[in-house]
Design a protein around this ligand. Structure first.
Ligand code: UT7
Length: 348
């Protein structure tokens, strides 16, 4: 008797939400001592989206992204089993954003939780959810990357405020027995890098006080050079490792889906993989670094280009430090619906 086909978890739909308000490099020039040339050449960013409405935050964007994803798949919210939200900017410490999303969607039979892994949040959440679907513990899972970075950014600090933007992306995972979906992943954590990129106050170690607020410790702080050095090596190493483990050559890879923190880090990863520019998903120019949202926003922007069977390598590096790479075989021909909120910026 032959073995039953391996059960994997495949992405069957994508969704996204981007706030309409744009913060351009010219806008930032009027706010801090910076300039468009520095930002573009050092990072690749031209503008970012900012969620201005003070009554809305991460759970709102995550819900909108999830709603679009379910609509595209034609799946009712009450048929969702699991919701994982990768974020470092939850609406509040608890309850989790996943709970708020579950309620807003009306996903009455779902359970879920938030996963905190900074810019690797979506990657780590994807693996976690995929294992649940593979094991049969969930019939399906919504995996969401969402961050409202503008709420924890110090707009007087030029070293961080030019980098980040707001947004959310969501994918639906469903079982597959045709060898498609999430096939392999490598993940790493190195807590010795904790101080290089963090939001120092607001947790149980340094709860909010007048002093922590005066010292601006509730804002994200980054030692850019240290993070850059680690990210260049970490993302490239992880991407190379996943290719090697899966016997993938550059010709086999349709797209690198990289975390969008810095164009130079992405270029270094693509070079290491031997990939030409046309095989790299890039939207940092338009959205900046949206932390956990960058990977699903890339998939959403490129969805119409993707074909069943395409090999994708997802790679990320983030605060903590956290990093890794995933080998994914795309499961369906693009619907042509991707990136509709940003038609003028859709990939050429
Ligand atoms: O997504 C999570 C992981 N995060 C990352 O992967 C980010 C990794 N780091 C980076 O992408 C880069 O380090 C940055 C983009 C943050 C900074 O680029 P850099 O080439 O590493 O610049 P730097 O920090 O070495 O600073 C170079 C100079 C400094 O001036 P001096 O000391 O040479 O006079 C900075 O003060 O650029 C100055 N600078 C700026 N100038 C204009 C720093 N920020 C700005 C700015 N505008 N916004």
């Amino acid at each position: 008797m032959s073995d039953p086909p391996r059960r994997t978890a495949a992405i069957t739909a994508v969704g996204a939400y981007l706030p309409e308000d744009r913060l351009t490099n010219a806008d930032l020039e009027a706010m801090v001592d910076t300039n468009d040339e520095w930002i573009r050449t050092r990072t690749g960013i031209r503008e970012r989206r900012i969620l201005r409405d003070p009554d809305k935050a991460t759970a709102f964007m995550a819900t909108e992204a999830a709603r679009q994803c379910l609509e595209r798949r034609g799946l009712a919210a009450e048929d969702v089993d699991l919701i994982i939200v990768g974020t470092v900017t939850p609406d509040m410490h608890f309850p989790a954003s996943a709970n708020l999303v579950q309620d807003a969607l009306g996903a009455t039979k779902a359970w879920g939780f938030d996963l905190s892994a900074a810019c690797s949040g979506f990657l780590f959440a994807l693996t976690t959810a995929a294992r649940m679907v593979e094991a049969g513990s969930a019939r399906n899972a919504l995996v969401i990357g969402a961050d409202t970075m503008s709420r924890i950014i110090d707009y007087t600090d030029r070293t961080t405020c030019v980098l980040f933007g707001d947004g959310a992306g969501a994918v639906l995972l469903e079982p597959n027995t045709e060898g498609l979906g999430v096939l392999d992943a490598v993940h790493y954590t190195d807590g010795s890098g904790a101080d290089s990129l963090s939001q120092p106050a607001g947790g149980s170690l340094r709860p909010p006080t007048h002093e922590t607020i005066d010292a601006r410790l509730h804002y994200a702080q980054q030692d850019g050079r240290t993070v850059f050095k680690r990210a260049v090596v970490g993302m490239a190493d992880a991407a190379a490792e996943i290719m090697e483990r899966n016997g993938l050559t550059a010709d086999d890879v349709r797209y690198l889906v990289p975390h969008q923190a810095n164009l130079r880090i992405i270029d270094a990863t693509a070079r290491r993989m031997g990939l030409s520019e046309d095989k790299v998903m890039l939207n940092i120019e338009r959205y900046g670094n949206t932390t956990a949202a960058t990977l699903p926003l890339c998939l959403w922007d490129w969805e119409s280009e993707l074909k069943r069977g395409d090999n994708l390598v997802l790679a990320a590096f983030g605060g903590g430090f956290t990093w890794g790479a995933t080998h994914l075989k795309w499961a369906y021909d693009g619907t042509g619906e991707g990136g509709t909120q940003n038609a003028e910026g859709a990939p050429e």
